[in-house]
Design a protein around this ligand. Structure first.
Ligand code: F6P
Length: 327
């Protein structure tokens, strides 16, 4: 086993609240263990361009409460090429980096696994994405904060929806994952929830809204996940309006505001525990794995296993609960 003296840490892919808290935990745990730390700006892009910064305890002061990522983030097509990865390896070698901590989502994990296998660089991953769609952790960093953001928005929309007896279609993030839609839909008391994982068609929604009307509901909120198969909130609203001309229909797309903001208490503590664990595991010789939360425990899962379980399952019981609560 090669001894580790310097760790490189980076964030990659879509940013998520809690990434800064994770960077802070990685840096402070590493320094505590007598290691040096290099921050790599803009993920794999920064690795290819040697965009590095030396970090110490003070570099991560007062960032635990900040959204976004101080190390910036990027998506990097060049890293998919062998030449790009070779350039990245040459740069980290020159910088004296012996091991990596990668914070991000599925694409970040895939890149880390490939790079680590090709060049024999130890790597630990930390799941950071608001989508909560990674195998190996019950919660990804940013998911809890994003849910709170969405619920706050739904509450506000409900005030105006009930004042005007309107039907609102609220689009939330989740290109492939309905986790935010389902969770925030239940937490926000939505009348209906449309998810990318379930191709229920418009007919099911129309029936639900008719029933809600029969039950004297004057205002309604429908949560539409960005990746819903009906083509997003505007298309769904249009189809519903064609069916129920008398509905006063409005659309609200929450968009990227769901990715920002101060991380919740849950995300800060989770990020801190994950950052600590990632460094400790590297020092124990663990490699090519992701840290994650299972129940109340921080565990690790080999990247190979995490990446081969792409079919992330929605919580079936929560789906059933949503269908009972909205009646
Ligand atoms: O962070 C995950 C996610 O928010 C998806 O739900 C969404 O489709 C995507 O990122 C959009 O990211 P970007 O605008 O950065 O490409």
């Amino acid at each position: 086993m090669k001894s580790i003296r310097k760790i490189g840490v980076f964030t990659s892919g879509g940013d998520a609240p809690g990434m800064n808290a994770a960077i802070r935990a990685v840096v402070r745990t590493a320094v505590y263990e007598g290691l040096q730390v290099t921050g790599i700006y803009r993920g794999y892009q920064g690795m290819i361009e040697a965009d590095f910064v030396e970090m110490n305890r003070r570099s991560v002061s007062s960032i635990i409460q900040k959204g976004g990522t101080i190390l910036k983030s990027a998506r990097c097509p060049e890293f998919r090429t062998k030449e790009g990865r070779q350039q990245a390896y040459d740069n980290i070698l020159r910088q004296g980096i012996d091991a990596l901590v990668a914070i991000g989502g599925d694409g970040t994990f895939t890149g880390a696994d490939l790079f680590s296998t090709e060049f024999d660089v130890p790597v630990m991953c930390i799941p950071g994405t608001i989508d909560n769609d990674l195998y190996g952790s019950d919660y990804t960093l940013g998911y809890d904060t994003a849910n709170n953001t969405v619920i706050e928005a739904i509450d506000k929309i409900r005030d105006t929806a009930s004042s005007h007896s309107r039907v609102f279609f609220v689009e939330v993030m989740g290109r492939d994952s309905g986790c935010i839609a389902l969770n925030a839909g239940v937490g926000g008391g939505a009348e209906s929830i449309l998810l990318p994982e379930i191709d229920s068609g418009i007919e099911g929604l129309i029936e639900e809204l008719s029933l809600a009307r029969e039950r004297q509901k004057s205002s309604m909120i429908v949560i539409v996940a960005e990746g819903d198969k009906n083509g997003g909130a505007y298309n769904v609203a249009k189809a519903v309006k064609e069916k129920f001309e008398y509905f006063d229909v409005k659309v609200s797309i929450l968009g990227h505001l769901q990715r920002g903001g101060a991380p919740s208490s849950f995300d800060r503590v989770l990020a801190t525990r994950m950052g600590y664990k990632a460094v400790k595991e590297l020092l124990k010789g663990n490699n090519r794995s992701t840290v994650g939360l299972r129940g109340t425990e921080i565990i690790t899962t080999p990247l190979e296993e995490a990446l081969s379980n792409k079919e992330f399952k929605l919580d079936e019981e929560l789906l059933e609960i949503a269908n009972i609560m909205n009646k």
